[in-house]
Design a protein around this ligand. Structure first.
Ligand SMILES: Cc1ncc(C[n+]2csc(CCOP(=O)(O)OP(=O)(O)O)c2C)c(N)n1
Ligand SMILES: [Mg+2]
Length: 538
């Protein structure tokens, strides 16, 4: 007679079946069974230094791989600390299963110490917040995986009582749900019954393709390139979709709502039809002010209504774009020279405010890009530096730039680099983060060192929470609670068993990065930048 598996064992089995390779954890006693069965099932259980970073690691691991991320915490103080990263996964549209332990069932109705209502806490920041019971363990896990991965993806939070983890699961038949598109299908919605995406495109004289994270999820790279080349139209992408088309290709026209955003908006406003291809308005920082009509092409209908669209093509974004390219009989709409001219103007705007003889933020972005291999994964944090990385970093592959641009939470860049390197040990990984973002997460350097992760962490040191300090300047306020004290990052790196270097010029940065593609332990670079370029641009 085979003994019945415990609920924790069934949960671990389901996570492994769902393709989870790493579980980012901060333990407490209720969850040790789940961690142990996950370990036995071959999942790498990684000790983050706090729950908030564990959740960012789970998010970034899913962003980098296209799979499902997982983080776990204890009850009360553990679960409350997970919230930011869980919310980031939901707003960044990344599938994550977050699991927290809870006090034993017999005490739940009346006990108070460390007891927080998880379902109420996580409901607003997840797609589903639920409890796992021993008599519904397998179905709950299957549902959690399916909901997290279903369009639009996001986080699911599960709570399991300490005694339920160890209880025999009476529902233990684990079946992984399908999460990929199987068929090329498209639904068309139109205000007019005769609405046709193809006719709308054919009628446009200056169409522009705006590609977002839905296009990344649908692996639409080839389809976007083919449609853009067929119609001859510029492609603008969003921050989290960077790399969905190679950014050194002919029709690429820049990144929306990063540095130089006026130049991009001018181009968008000069078009007479926007093909919003997997574009998710969660990445917009201002309301939509474009008069041209929008052809919504997405995995879901235009449920946000941030822009109006009289025609919606809903389904696999790649299939829809292929279908449009197959049917296109119109003339070429733009010339390559026009788009190249726009790119040149964009590049000039990107360098605005560059100070000779100083280490400018754009020098950092350019130098890291020059030295890092094409296949490198870049992560960034949130702040002024992100806007320049977002526009200036030339991405050549989908999922090669990891940033949070839905919740836009500081503290993402370093944990994301750790998760990316764990997922892809053979690819170079560079994190470009602010000194504020590093201060939030610096203790994770010890984890990176312990795992022997050869990641480079390039810190834009300006002694400031610059993005916010600039807003204070704009209102003639003094810098209040936006200056951060100088920290010896080389010494910090040493204490964390990482290598460290301090640089104040592009040449020094370039030589500090010499081995960046073959590092065997983390390298922290204190890049002492002159932030005046931010002041002139933002
Ligand atoms: C968790 C979190 N707290 C606060 C903010 C608001 N915020 C956005 S950018 C920024 C400053 C970031 O400073 P730093 O990391 O040094 O980057 P810099 O702007 O200097 O490049 C702040 C405080 C945020 N986005 N996320
Ligand atoms: Mg800073």
């Amino acid at each position: 007679m085979t003994s019945q598996p415990s609920t924790a064992e069934v949960m671990a089995e389901a996570l492994a079946g769902g393709g989870v390779l790493s579980m980012f954890a901060y333990p407490g006693d209720p969850i040790i069974d789940l961690m142990e069965f996950s370990r036995r099932r071959g999942i790498d259980v990684v000790l983050a230094r706090r729950e908030a970073t564990a959740a960012f690691m789970a998010e970034a691991s899913a962003m980098a791989t296209g799979g499902i991320g997982c983080c776990v915490s204890t009850l009360g103080p553990g679960s409350t600390a997970l919230v930011n990263g869980v919310a980031a996964a939901t707003l960044d549209r990344v599938p994550v299963i977050a699991i927290s332990g809870q006090i034993e069932t017999s005490r739940q109705a009346f006990f108070t110490h460390q007891v927080v209502n998880h379902e109420a806490l996580f409901a607003p920041v997840t797609k589903w917040a639920a409890r796992v019971e021993a008599n519904a363990a397998a179905i709950t896990m299957r549902k959690a995986l399916r909901i997290a991965a279903a369009e639009r993806p996001g986080a699911v939070h599960l709570t399991c009582a300490a005694d339920t983890f160890t209880a025999p699961a009476t529902d233990s038949h684990v079946v992984a749900p399908p999460v990929r598109y199987a068929a090329e299908s498209v639904q068309v919605f139109g205000v007019e019954a005769t609405a046709s995406p193809g006719r709308m495109l054919a009628a446009a004289g200056r169409p522009l393709l705006l590609a977002g994270i839905g296009a990344v999820r649908c692996e639409a790279t080839a389809a976007i390139q083919r449609l853009a080349a067929t119609v001859q139209m510029p492609i603008v992408v969003t921050g989290m979709a960077k790399g969905v088309v190679p950014e050194d290709s002919e029709w690429f026209a820049g990144v929306l709502d990063m540095a130089c955003n006026e130049s991009i908006w001018d181009l968008v406003r000069s078009s007479d039809l926007i093909l919003a291809a997997g574009f998710d308005p969660v990445e917009l920082i201002k309301p939509w002010h474009v008069k041209a009509p929008v052809l919504h092409i997405g995995t879901t209908p235009n449920i946000d209504q941030i822009y109006a669209s009289e025609v919606e093509a809903v389904g696999n974004v790649a299939s829809i774009l292929k279908w449009l390219a197959d049917g296109y009989r119109g003339q070429p709409r733009w010339t390559a020279a026009e788009v190249a001219g726009h790119r040149a103007r964009l590049r000039a705007a990107y360098y605005a405010g560059h100070v000779r003889g100083q280490l400018n933020p754009t020098d950092v972005v350019d130098t890291v890009r020059e030295v890092a291999a094409a296949a490198a994964i870049a992560t960034c944090d949130v702040g002024s530096h992100k806007l320049l990385v977002g526009q200036g970093w030339t991405a050549t592959q989908p999922r090669s730039v990891l940033m949070t641009n839905g919740l836009s939470a500081m503290g993402f860049g370093l944990p994301a680099a750790i998760a990316a390197k764990l997922a892809y040990p053979d690819r170079p990984v560079v994190a470009m983060i602010g000194d504020g973002g590093l201060a939030m997460t610096a203790t994770e350097l010890r984890l990176a060192a312990a795992r022997g992760l050869g990641i480079a962490i390039v810190v834009f040191v300006d002694g400031s929470l610059n993005r916010i300090e600039l807003k204070q300047h704009a209102r003639s306020y003094p810098a209040t609670a936006t200056r951060i004290e100088d920290t010896d990052l080389v010494m910090l790196a040493g204490a964390m068993q990482c290598d460290g270097a301090r640089v104040a010029s592009a040449a020094e940065l370039s030589s500090a990065l010499k081995g960046v593609n073959t590092l065997t332990r983390p390298l922290v670079i204190e890049a002492r930048i002159d932030p005046s370029q931010y002041e002139s641009q933002f």
